[in-house]
Design a protein around this ligand. Structure first.
Ligand code: GDP
Length: 461
């Protein structure tokens, strides 16, 4: 497809900076460049993908607006697949707005959010997974999330989906042949594609299995620190965050609200929450704070339960340990104040929690044992082997839902074939599965879903 209108937007963030970039895409882009640009060298040949230095002026040529670098990228070898102009000027919002105004005065339309990416998709320059990866690369909050986004931007997920698709197209061909030539093909001659269907099921199950880890990597892991008052929760948050976020005192019940901070561990994003100490509340405010803790623990990806190793375990500790029994897959026990003499030993935990629960000695105040705690937190990110490196990880809920749909269709098709059903309905199910896969790459997608996806992009992208 080719759009007839030409769009423009400021592609750099609002505010003052060294440089600012305006992007223009559409058939009028080269002409707009010629109208507004005065090259400093006489031999400006407007070669594609070459940056030229010069002045940008008003359309009537009377007023100098800025000194810029101008690059024309001719279609189809541009990001959008259309003629694209990039004007790199000084990063003053006033200059950027004035240049943009000149462009709109000459008939350019202001781009909607994500419209450059939408055009790239509609012109076949990228598939939908790559467009979504682009947004992910821009908003990535950690090195690992950035890596996954980049791998998907290179098209790795799209390639994987295409492989699954090819197998299913073969399966469908076999099933349709069985429908068309049912009289000529005996039951023994028609394999009816169970192998292709099973391979696709295995591939889809693998992709789905990466979702939880991928979400943890891209959105960050929520770590909630809990324990009775005065065990050192605020000290731990402060030490991990490397700054004084929470108040540390000997007075129990000081932390009443949730106190959060985000840190990076081994290139991964970790959202830490310090919570009110769990005990019988002394007043309404403390009760509110403790209610919040239970809600927060429900949503946690990892819970660090702090115990004070320098004092005997209490009923409050016991209560918390009992609660953790339901969540042993996401609990790390940290026995704090290891710098003080121990009042109890690890054997006291043995009959309270299963052996596989990670139990570490730390001193939140002096920092000992915190490296081991950080490693234990990172272990919760460990992705399926090979999946993150080649970008096969599923990071979008939209992709997950389409894969679940395809899986349901293929399971139904497989079951029907296994029970000796005639091929018509299995063929229908395989076709539905193909449609679900095509929604992921955008090969077949409804306009309203497209609008929804691209409207979440930033302007200028
Ligand atoms: P919270 O109520 O659980 O948040 O506990 P705080 O972080 O406010 O700490 C309560 C008291 O324990 C403060 O006096 C801290 O200095 C002290 N504390 C915290 N961690 C340690 C530690 O590792 N060793 C020692 N000796 N004291 C600690």
């Amino acid at each position: 497809m080719t759009e007839t209108d030409t769009i423009a937007a400021i592609a750099t963030p609002p505010g003052t900076a060294g440089l600012g970039v305006i992007r223009v895409s559409g058939p009028a882009a080269p002409e707009l460049g010629r109208l507004l640009f005065r090259p400093s060298s006489h031999n400006c040949g407007w070669q594609s993908h070459h940056a030229y230095h010069g002045d940008i002026v008003t359309a009537d040529g009377t007023t100098l607006l800025d000194e810029v670098l101008m690059t024309l990228m001719r279609r189809p070898h541009s990001f959008t697949g259309e003629d694209v102009l990039e004007i790199s000027c000084h990063g003053n919002p006033l200059i950027l707005r004035t240049i943009l105004e000149q462009l709109t005065n000459l008939g350019c339309r202001l781009a909607r959010p994500g419209e450059f990416s939408l055009r790239a998709f509609l012109n076949g320059r990228i598939d939908l997974t790559q467009a979504e990866a682009l947004a992910a690369v821009i908003s990535a909050q950690s090195a690992k999330a950035h890596q996954i986004g980049l791998a998907q931007l290179k098209g790795s997920l799209g390639v994987k989906i295409s492989e699954l698709r090819e197998g299913l197209v073969d399966a469908l061909a076999l099933l349709e042949a069985a429908i068309d030539f049912s009289e000529d093909i005996s039951e023994h001659e028609t394999p009816l594609a169970p192998r292709q269907i099973q391979e696709a099921v295995t591939g889809i199950e693998f992709l789905l299995s990466t979702y939880r880890q991928a979400r943890l990597i891209t959105c960050g892991i929520n770590v909630v620190i809990t324990g009775k008052p005065n065990v050192g929760k605020s000290s731990l948050l402060n030490n991990l965050a490397g700054r004084k976020k929470a108040i540390v005192t000997d007075i129990p019940g000081t932390t009443r609200d949730l106190i959060t901070d985000t840190i990076t561990l081994e290139g991964l994003c970790v959202h830490l929450t310090d919570t009110a100490g769990i005990r019988e509340p002394q007043d309404a405010i403390e009760k509110e704070g403790i209610d919040l803790v239970w809600e927060c623990l429900e949503k946690a990806d990892v819970i660090v339960l702090l115990l004070d190793g320098s004092k005997p375990l209490t009923n409050e500790d016991d209560h918390l340990l009992r609660q953790m029994k339901k969540r042993t897959d996401k609990v790390i026990i940290a026995v704090n104040k290891s710098d003080l003499p121990r009042a109890w030993g690890p054997d006291q935990l043995a009959d309270r929690l299963p052996a596989h629960v990670n139990c570490l000695d730390i001193s939140a105040k002096f920092g000992s044992g915190l490296d081991a705690l950080k490693r234990a937190l990172c272990a919760h990110f460990t992705p399926n082997s090979g999946a993150s490196d080649n970008g096969y990880m599923i990071t979008q809920l939209r992709h997950k839902q389409s894969l679940e749909q395809a899986l349901a269709n293929l399971t139904a098709a497989g079951d029907l074939l296994a029970s000796g059903h005639s091929p018509e309905i299995p063929a229908f199910e395989v076709r539905e599965a193909l449609d679900a896969l095509d929604e992921i790459t955008g090969r077949k997608i409804q306009d309203d879903i497209l609008d929804k996806i691209f409207s979440t992009f930033c302007i200028g992208k």
